[in-house]
Design a protein. Structure first.
Length: 139
């Protein structure tokens, strides 16, 4: 009985540590073109665009985002959410998704079988600030 309790405790601790360490690692590098610092934006207010052509209006590139995550512990959506959080911290109100690499199924299975961990998922995006739409002046 005591062995089972210790095993469950050790397993819980390992999973807890791994989930904090392995989940997501998103880094942001401020671009030289950024002209102002802005207050943080909540992650759920940060829009996601697939290309610059989709953006409705003028914008400024603020930060280059790079995210890595273990495939066992995260999803693509989780990685994008992590990027949105990081971009919001820099005052960005949107991100433009860039490159994304997803390991092949065989790589995921092999990594899980041999090392007890998933393969690494990677993604890049550019955090941007979209300027408010200009409103016509009242006369």
């Amino acid at each position: 009985m005591k062995r089972t309790v210790w095993f469950v405790l050790a397993l819980s601790l390992t999973v807890g540590l791994c989930s904090t360490a392995c989940l997501r690692n998103t880094k942001g590098v401020v671009l030289g073109t950024a002209t102002a610092t802005r207050p943080p934006v909540s992650w759920d207010k940060v829009a996601v665009y697939r290309s610059a052509a989709d953006i409705p209006g003028k914008y400024e590139e603020v930060v280059l985002l790079e995210s890595t995550a273990d495939t066992l512990w995260t999803t693509k959506a989780g990685m994008w959410k992590s990027m949105k959080r990081k971009a919001g911290g820099f005052g960005c109100n949107a991100i433009i998704l860039d490159a994304e690499t997803e390991p092949k199924a065989g790589t995921k299975v092999l990594a899980a079988a041999l090392f007890g961990m998933g393969a690494e998922r990677k993604g890049r995006a550019i955090g941007i600030y979209i300027y408010p739409a200009e409103t016509p002046e009242k006369k």
